[in-house]
Design a protein around this ligand. Structure first.
Ligand code: ADP
Ligand code: ADP
Length: 235
């Protein structure tokens, strides 16, 4: 059973003549940890953005094919609706953190969705424990280490109880310790909470260790999918 399905997806950014995604078909299986790899410019980020509707909804351009997430056609549901099913964490921890305290950071998106106060107060300690930041709810996000900041961004995404969590190079700006913390946290969410993971990273060792399956993109095409061993042995 798939949590997301891409069917013959091609996409061109506005004013672009080259497709950044070229006829991609891929099923993301409920509960898996899918790693996405490939050279810079391959289309990894764009592929991630098709899963939460940002591509094409916020970018325009020309889109072909279908993407469904949790049974919803991402062309037909607004990004704000899709955000209840798909969480996303990006490369730069700084640009994602907007609040003056760790707990406000987590409450922010929930308040926007009009989740009740009591429910918000219940979820804060749950997600902080899930990313091992318990006890830090009153800290200012800027007091956290790089790895802690990314884990806070993950906690904030997790508070919306997404079925699918996308992480686009979440460790590329972290030192090895921060990077290891983030990978371990993501794997734990996958194993223990059953959150389906799509993760982009250039960290081949960690990706081979933590992914159930790897998809290799190059120049907008899906070159192969398979176990980490199968895919890394081809490149
Ligand atoms: P990566 O996912 O490889 O870390 P980024 O997400 O930071 O890379 O950016 C992806 C690429 O998209 C970059 O090479 C950036 O220069 C390019 N890019 C971003 N916006 C535009 C744009 N409006 N026009 C052309 N290229 C863009
Ligand atoms: P990756 O994540 O694999 O590095 P991206 O999906 O970020 O690849 O980018 C793929 C290609 O799309 C790159 O050539 C990049 O310059 C281009 N691109 C990315 N964002 C935009 C944009 N907003 N407008 C035009 N071109 C873009």
């Amino acid at each position: 059973n798939a949590i997301a399905i891409l069917e013959n997806v091609s996409y061109l950014y506005p004013n672009s003549t080259e497709p950044v995604l070229n006829n991609i078909s891929l099923e993301i299986i409920q509960g898996e940890f899918l790693g996405i790899i490939g050279p810079t410019g391959a289309g990894k980020t764009t592929l991630c953005l098709t899963l939460n509707g940002i591509v094409p909804q916020f970018h325009g351009g020309r889109f072909f094919g279908y993407v469904t997430v949790a049974g919803l056609d991402t062309l037909k549901h607004p990004v704000s609706t899709l955000a209840r099913y798909v969480g996303a964490v990006f490369e730069d921890p700084e640009t994602q953190l907007l609040s003056t305290s760790v707990e406000n950071e987590i409450a922010f998106a929930l308040e926007n969705l009009c989740v009740e106060r009591e429910e918000i107060l219940a979820r804060i300690p749950q997600v902080l424990e899930a990313v091992r930041l318990e006890g830090l709810q009153h800290k200012h996000p800027q007091e956290l280490s790089g790895g802690q900041k990314q884990r806070l961004a993950i906690a904030a995404a997790l508070a919306l109880q997404p079925q699918l969590l996308i992480l686009d190079e979440p460790t590329s700006q972290l030192d090895p310790i921060g990077s290891q913390e983030v990978f371990a946290t993501v794997k734990e969410l996958n194993r223990e909470l059953g959150v389906t993971i799509v993760m982009v990273s250039h960290g081949a060792e960690e990706m081979a260790e933590f992914s159930d399956r790897i998809a290799l993109l190059s120049a907008g095409r899906l070159l192969s999918t398979g176990t980490p061993h199968q895919v890394y042995s081809q490149i």
